[in-house]
Design a protein around this ligand. Sequence first.
Ligand code: AMP
Length: 615
Amino acid sequence: MKYSELVGLYGQLDSTTKRLEKTYYLSEFLKKTAADDIEPVILLVQGRVFPSYDERELGVANQLVVKAINVASGIASAAVEKEWAKTGDLGKVAEQLIKGKRQATLTAAELTVKKVFENLRKLTELTGQGSVDRKMQLIAELLSSAKGTEARYIARTILGQLRIGTGAGILRDAIAWAYFPKAVEKVFVKCGSCHKTVPPADSCAECGKELGKEAKAAAAEIEAARGEYNKILDKIQTAYDLTNDFGVVARKAKTEGARGLGTVEIRVGTPIKVMLALKVDTVEEAFETVGRPAQCEYKYDGFRLECHRRGDRIWLYTRRLENVTNQFPDVVEYLKKHVKADSYILDAEAVGYDPKTKKYVPFQNISQRIKRKYDIEKTIEELPVEVNVFDILCYEGKNVVGQPFRKRREIIERMVKDAERKIVVSKAIITDKEAEVEKFFKEAKAAGTEGLMLKKLDAPYQPGARVGYMLKFKKVMENLDLAIVAAEWGEGKRAKWLSSYYLACRDHGHDKLLEIGKVSTGLKEKREEGLSFDEVTEMLRPLITEEHGRLVRVNPKVILEVAYEEIQKSPTYESGYALRFPRVIRNRSDEKGIGDINTIKDVERLYRQQKKVKG
Ligand code: AMP
């Protein structure tokens, strides 16, 4: 394909800001693009020569392009700079000055897309002595052969200034329009003037005339045909989520159709969009979403790191799919040493820790490591990270995203040989009990993490999706130590126990106790299972001071640690507050006396804190 054809497309894309028109131009162009040219075309339309996740950069400064224009046009660099100062656009300068000398080199070979693409890619391979000069020559070679507006777009591409507005949405739609005409036909209209099939809009993308009544009337039917069309768009999007490369997706679509798109595979080395988490406010809500039992894991306050390995090669990507392999030679070494497999894609969180105390530090403390390009060895010592592996997408060449999470976890537990403060499998428990989640949450917080992630055991891994297979739970509420001031005898099979307890906190500065709620969950029916109704009843019985039917008042000697989801204002209790979903965590009567329980001041503070977090 001639480069001039692609430049024609650039012109069309540049001429409109309308999304549908851009999509149409691009799709028409893709229809006539040969399979071998598709990947270069798709990349060049985005103004790049490597997919966005590839760390290779052209690394060409303005001055080098000035020099290349000078060599290609024979016009002195100073004059080139003068023109540049006038227009502020080196692309335009290249175009004007190269045009001026065209007559002299009419014999120059016509540029092809392939030639431009190859020369630009070569720019990234040149390093070391003399490389600047060789880069300049590669650019000058292209500019010397450029005709008309070609020089403008070559210069802009090299400088990363090709801004023709073809985002991911347009690329995806254009691939659908180009390669799935049947599904798309119905969402197009026929222009009354030029009779071409064009997207529904006010004016025709081909001839610019108003589309006319007939075409507009068809728009209603178009809505009806959208279902099929959307299915195709979804297929393209999924293929893109797996490859992050529209070039690969477009080639598959052209050569193998919808079935081909379905076979697009994750590739080790190519980053893939990670699965995202939903937020929950309560443990109940979490269980409702992921089912029981669920896996709870520490939520490390670091940054997501996708770790790829094939043989000796390792790639590390951030959540935004930036290649950060060079910034983390320490992680590369941990993977090589402590992970027993030749080929994989792991999903992990890298968390920083204090090199002296070995305690985790918040993300802000280590964020600079991600961008750091120099003094890397020093930063490794000052800001070390521990990699916490929590999922796997590919194992020994096999895609495992479709396998249930429980199975994937088994694989990582087998392959990662835990090395504390280097690389470990994320800390986890499997449970179906709220109290255990609470306990683990406390442990997680004490370890310096943000809270917990709760995961659905039988869920697949859904790249790029926020589907509720993993939830984040970062509750900020502290448990309260409260005294039992009254209790009620149970009913039915609980009739032999005092089974619900009125709780109170201390008034500030006084001995007075203020009721704040009633709790009956968190206790067990059998002693072997933990703190039981039976035990609490035994503790309370000698403390009873009054009896009113089923209600007894007691001396406030039994202290319980209680978790809850929220503190609410409430007229029901003397304290003016009530606990939502209170749950007994444990008996603290042996360690704490009435003087040690939480005060109304604590409750007020927590109430305010929770509002701040929510707001
Ligand atoms: P957020 O960034 O607040 O949406 O929380 C989700 C993020 O928590 C994920 O994208 C990970 O970077 C991070 N994370 C920390 N620990 C884990 C874990 N054990 N499992 C999954 N994600 C985790």
